[in-house]
Design a protein around this ligand. Structure first.
Ligand code: NOJ
Ligand code: CA
Length: 723
């Protein structure tokens, strides 16, 4: 690893309000910082000659302190105390620049897994030391300007007049310079399982009621509040993405849009008390990120979110591995089988009921026999793990009751032989993947965590899929609050001690923390394939995800559905998967994840082994990724080189208008001949017309070859393996 860190200029005191300028390494981006007449920190960002963020304020509203907790000095007279209360109520105005530090970094680091096997971290940095004389307090703002965007965060040094403090609101502004097109979902304290909206910024307000469809976990954040990662495009062709990195010990941020100022302002998720977070100095905020380019593909290629996170805290990472898995799952999501063992809901109470004595419903998915079929199939076709949901007692009455005690995560149903199945799986070179649905009962999960992970070690599980369905218990907390964000990370850190990889569903959206904790291999945090069984995802959904949800880290989207009309095999489920089969294959390439599920039931794969071959072949760890063509909401075409092998995989996912590609294979090793296998939509195939129609062709190719007229139908795609 090469590393160069140059302090270009050191502390310069008493700069007052003078403007500071920072350029990106390639000189294309410029950030300006100053404090205005009232002492408000202010920044702006330009890309070449275009303004990306017009002058915008930075700072905090703090919760006023309780005078009874003040020092004798402050309490000398009631007036002085009142004064102190008032003055302490904000970190917004009255600042002057005490000094600045400028530095640069150019290093290359090696992720444990990823879209590429080495990542360049290259930026210029400006650290601004601010003093608020009226309160004798200080606050720093650190700016990092990369070639692909700006990151900044607040830093609160250890100091007498700012020790413990409660945030009323973070006031970070992002003032836009036009009525951009935006791809957004409604701001919400509890879920990101929304459909993406495509509107002008000025239409966010009027579109909001339509953007919020009833769902039990929803707590909309406000009439013009949206979530990050927010993707925008200006009329003059700039792609601008707002998100955050390293959200640790802090609440998840939303953005409130004010049309009169064309300005987004940060809006943190409250805790049960309504406060936005409790901090103790010295500490820092997460990074606020603005990725910008005149090419949509550059947004997908950006590594800024990862670069703004700390290096791995796990030294021995040998036990962390990319994983392709199948599972007893889709059949429950579609309603064909059940997570629960019995329908005798009222009679079942965890810890009291003897499940041997209740009547099984005959539709339980996680039976020993059925899981064995999955293990056999995984072993035969090279899948390393088998997820089994509904293996543990408690599913009869698990949802929507705000119960503190539902699952214990260690007691199997009577028809699931824990020891036998794990031994059987291991004898075939396969592992079972654990499932912990917490039903959002956080204390209950924390109470059982150690024994649950210990049980996993005992039986040889090395990965767990977590779930946080429902309203958070304790009541009033939200999925995205500081306390919950700390909880998720706690489960990751404890898992690392047990050498367990974690994939969390319904947890807060990721912010690149997987660099620091590479055992955090997956998150859901958006609508995944499950919604294809609840009415269907919008056709453009998977062409927006790479620009939004995936900016923070990989998604366990669970692609690979081969039968699109669910009524063909699930009585009563009229949902249709809004995708062609070829696009389902392409998603393994276009939606990056080190954890990839082949989500359909094995019978459907057995019927189409030729198409299934692509899922068997496609890796989930890469040396290199090339973002060939992309436009949010329309199409995404990506080529990736398998890690450690001279094999390439290409995927195209297209929305309603379909897409036609011409791909130059000049990235192949010159002088070598490869076999390209193309899995394409059959002629006329679209998500709503013969969606399972596909054609497989093979041809010899070299680095001089050009694949012409690769056609993806509406909601379609193509997938190519080049070996
Ligand atoms: C929602 C998750 O997203 C899904 O994958 C899981 O099967 C259910 N919760 C049950 O835990
Ligand atoms: Ca979910």
């Amino acid at each position: 690893m090469k590393r160069a860190f140059i302090i270009a200029s050191v502390l310069a005191f008493a700069l007052g309000t003078s403007a500071q300028r920072l350029s990106s390494p390639d000189g294309r981006l410029t950030m300006e910082f100053s404090v205005d007449a009232s002492g408000r920190p202010t920044y702006s960002l330009s890309y070449s000659d275009k303004m990306v963020v017009a002058p915008s304020h930075l700072g905090y509203q703090l919760k006023p302190e309780d005078p009874s907790k003040m020092t004798d000095f402050e309490w000398k007279t009631p007036a002085a105390a009142q004064d102190a209360v008032a003055q302490r109520a904000d970190l917004l105005t009255g600042f002057s620049i005490l000094g600045t530090e400028v530095s640069s970094c150019d290093e290359v680091w090696t992720p444990v897994w990823g879209e590429e096997s080495s990542i360049r971290n290259h930026y210029n940095e400006l650290l601004v030391h601010l003093g608020q004389a009226k309160n004798d307090r200080c606050m720093d703002i650190r700016f990092r300007l990369f070639d692909d965007g700006l990151g900044f965060r607040y830093e609160f040094p250890d100091q007498k007049n700012l020790t413990y403090f409660t945030i009323k609101e973070e006031v970070s502004e992002f003032t836009m310079t036009g009525d951009h097109t935006a791809w957004w979902i409604a701001g919400d304290y509890d879920t990101q399982e929304y459909e993406w909206q495509t509107t002008r910024l000025s239409q966010i307000d009027e579109q909001m009621p339509k953007a919020i469809a009833p769902n039990s976990s929803q707590t909309p954040a406000g009439p013009a509040s949206v979530q990050t990662s927010l993707q925008m495009k200006s009329d003059d062709g700039l792609y601008i993405n707002l998100h955050e990195a390293a959200c640790i010990n802090y609440a998840t941020m939303h953005l409130d849009y004010d049309e009169s100022r064309r300005c987004f302002t940060s809006h943190l998720t409250p805790s049960a008390s309504g406060d936005k977070g409790d901090l103790q100095t010295p500490t820092t905020s997460p990074w606020r990120t603005i990725i910008v380019s005149d090419k949509a593909t550059d947004i997908l290629a950006s590594r800024m979110t990862l670069n703004l996170n700390e290096p791995s805290k796990i030294t021995d990472t040998s036990w962390i591995h990319p994983t392709k898995y199948i599972g007893v799952w889709w059949e429950m999501i579609t309603g064909k089988s059940t997570w629960c063992y019995t329908d005798a809901v009222a009679s079942v109470k965890l810890g009291v009921t003897d499940y041997e004595k209740v009547e099984p419903n005959g539709r339980h998915g996680a039976t020993t026999e059925h899981v064995k079929e999955y293990i056999d199939f995984a072993a035969e076709h090279g899948f390393s793990e088998v997820l089994v949901e509904g293996w543990n007692v408690g599913w009869e009455d698990w949802f929507g009751h705000q119960k503190d005690y539902v699952f214990d995560f260690v007691t199997p149903y009577p028809d699931f032989n824990l020891k036998y199945l794990n031994d059987y799986a291991h004898s075939k070179g396969v592992r079972l993947m654990m499932h912990h649905e917490t039903s959002a009962s956080i204390r209950n999960y924390e109470r059982h965590l150690e024994q649950a992970y210990t049980l996993m070690n005992e039986y040889g599980y090395d990965a767990v899929k977590q779930g946080y369905v429902g309203d958070i218990c304790p009541r009033g907390e939200h999925h995205y609050s500081q306390w919950l964000n700390n909880h998720y990370l706690y489960t990751i850190e404890e898992a690392a001690k047990h050498h367990i990889m974690v994939n969390a569903h319904e947890a807060t959206r990721p912010t690149g923390i997987c660099r620091t904790w590479p055992n955090w291999v997956g998150n859901e945090s958006a609508r995944g394939t499950e919604y294809e069984s609840f009415g269907g995802n919008p056709v453009n959904h998977t062409t927006i995800l790479p620009f939004t949800r995936l900016i923070g880290g990989p998604m366990d989207y669970t692609p690979g559905i081969f039968v699109m009309d669910l009524s063909k095999w699930v009585p009563g489920n009229t949902s249709k998967v809004r995708s062609t089969l070829a696009r389902q294959l392409a998603l393994y390439v276009t939606l990056y994840s080190p954890l990839q599920m082949a989500a359909d039931i094995i019978e459907h794969y057995k019927e189409k082994m030729d198409a299934f071959q692509f899922i068997k072949d496609v890796p989930c760890d890469w040396d290199k990724s090339l973002y060939l063509e992309a436009e949010p909401g329309e199409y995404v075409v990506i080529a990736r080189k398998a890690k450690g092998a001279d094999e390439w995989y290409i995927g195209c996912s297209a929305a309603e208008c379909g897409h036609t590609s011409t791909i130059h294979l000049d990235f192949l090793t010159p002088g070598k001949t490869y076999t390209a296998t193309i899995y394409a939509d059959a002629k006329g195939t679209a998500w709503d017309n013969n969606p399972e129609g596909y054609v497989i062709t093979t041809q010899k190719v070299t680095s001089k070859s050009v694949l012409k007229k690769l056609v993806a139908g509406a909601g379609g795609g193509f997938a190519i393996s080049i070996k």
